[in-house]
Design a protein around this ligand. Structure first.
Ligand code: PLP
Length: 400
């Protein structure tokens, strides 16, 4: 039977201690032990079901982690205070001085900045490659390479990584394949396609209400145990721990993710088709014109669609800014970074979320000035939204 990620979330069952339909929120940073011996064993990582200290784990964080692991089909997961907390902890757990990472060149700006500017302090080097070309990825692998790093659907150019192909490469060269699935939750299940570790920024679609930052690492029990090890675990020692109150609220939002993704995808496809028909340069994985449209179809859990992210190129930063300001003025969405909100969000990545990437490199990867990234909202009447956006485009003479 095909893997059904939303069912896996629904099938989990846990109650509060008074029979509440939601698990109780754990409200403690530290936990008592009846015997000193159990405390010692817990420090050593030898006891199941015992809590020690909430930077290590807390009941609320375990519930959320369990639900996200079920969604991704991994053995377990660990939640973090942010997506970057999750990403940096995986990178620093797996790579040390002298190690090398082969990374996609179109990744989240913060991840790019970490690999490019910060990790070299620890003598961890990275090569940034066109992830859509497996032969280019393979050619970048050196004897020191430890990891292939990519996003399923990349930020902001919406390039699609061939997860199965990359997993085969990783296996062949004995590397770990780490995949950031923030842009395509439910639509793509990277672990099922062979990824070793799946990361999300929970801040985006998964939480969906733009009220918190959070992250998760989904992987094997062994790997998550390594991350949480009190002696040398990056999760434990770097300290990017999610607060229990937040993990409880993210868990509640996760339960409607399947409905939200379907609506984001439906609206995304509708607008992408209209924009493309208008003659705008439109990038959306659901369009037949997208170079990886067929590849995406081979990877996707069909019912969740091609996601809520699309880009259009309006030619110049001046036009992009004018359009975004006008759309915001007409209440069609917000000029804001981030994604996965009920309202449409738009930004010009060249001057915002990808500004960490130097201009010449932006050009080389096809990130142009006039590019607008849309995170399409949950609009009930997307036809009306389109008509109003079209009026904006005409008013600014981007369209006739
Ligand atoms: C936002 C984002 C991140 C970083 O997550 P934070 O929660 O902001 O730390 C990482 N990867 C992708 C693809 C993102 O969109």
């Amino acid at each position: 039977m095909a893997f059904k990620p939303a069912n896996s979330i629904q099938d989990l069952q846990y109650f509060g201690e008074f029979g509440g339909v939601n698990p109780s929120i754990s409200d403690s940073s530290t936990y008592t032990f009846i015997s000193a011996k159990t405390m010692f064993d817990t420090f050593e990582g030898n006891t199941d079901g015992c809590y020690l200290y909430s930077r290590h784990s807390s009941p609320s964080n375990l519930y959320l982690g369990e639900a996200l692991a079920a969604m991704e089909g991994t053995e377990t997961a660990n939640v973090y205070a942010s997506g970057m907390g999750a990403i940096t902890s995986v990178l620093l757990q797996n790579c040390g001085a002298g190690d090398h990472v082969v990374s996609s060149r179109t990744i989240y700006g913060g991840t790019y900045a970490f690999l490019k500017n910060f990790a070299p302090r620890f003598n961890i080097k990275s090569s940034f490659v066109d992830i859509t070309k497996l032969e280019v990825v393979e050619a970048a692998i050196t004897p020191n390479t430890k990891m292939i790093y990519c996003e399923c659907v990349s930020n902001p150019l919406l390039e699609v990584a061939d997860i199965k192909g990359l997993a085969q490469l990783a296996k062949k060269h004995n590397l770990q394949l780490v995949v950031d699935n923030t842009f395509s939750p439910l639509s793509i299940s990277p672990a099922k396609l062979g990824a070793d570790v799946v990361i999300h920024s929970l801040t985006k679609f998964i939480n969906g209400s733009s009220d918190t930052v959070g992250g998760v690492v989904c992987g094997t029990q062994d790997f998550i145990n390594e991350l949480k090890n009190v002696n040398d675990g990056a999760a434990m020692l770097l300290g990017s721990t999610m607060d229990s109150m937040r993990s409880a609220s993210v868990l509640k939002n996760l339960r409607t993710l399947h409905l939200r993704m379907q609506q984001h995808s439906k609206n995304g496809l509708y607008l992408a088709e209209k924009f493309e028909a208008n003659g705008l340069k439109t990038v959306y994985p659901g369009l037949a014109s997208h170079p990886a449209h067929e590849l995406f179809k081979t990877m996707m859990n069909t019912q969740y669609g091609f996601g809520g992210m699309l880009t259009i190129d309006v030619g110049s930063i001046a036009k992009a800014n004018a359009l975004m300001e006008l759309m915001q003025h007409k209440n069609l969405g917000y000029l804001a970074v981030s994604l996965g909100f009920y309202k449409t969000l738009f930004s010009a990545p060249g001057s915002s979320t990808s500004s960490e990437i130097p201009e010449d490199e932006q050009k080389a990867m096809g990130l142009s000035d006039g590019l607008i990234r849309f995170s399409i909202g949950l609009d009930a009447d997307i036809e009306r939204t389109y008509n109003m956006m079209h009026e904006c485009l005409v008013e600014l003479k981007i369209l006739e």
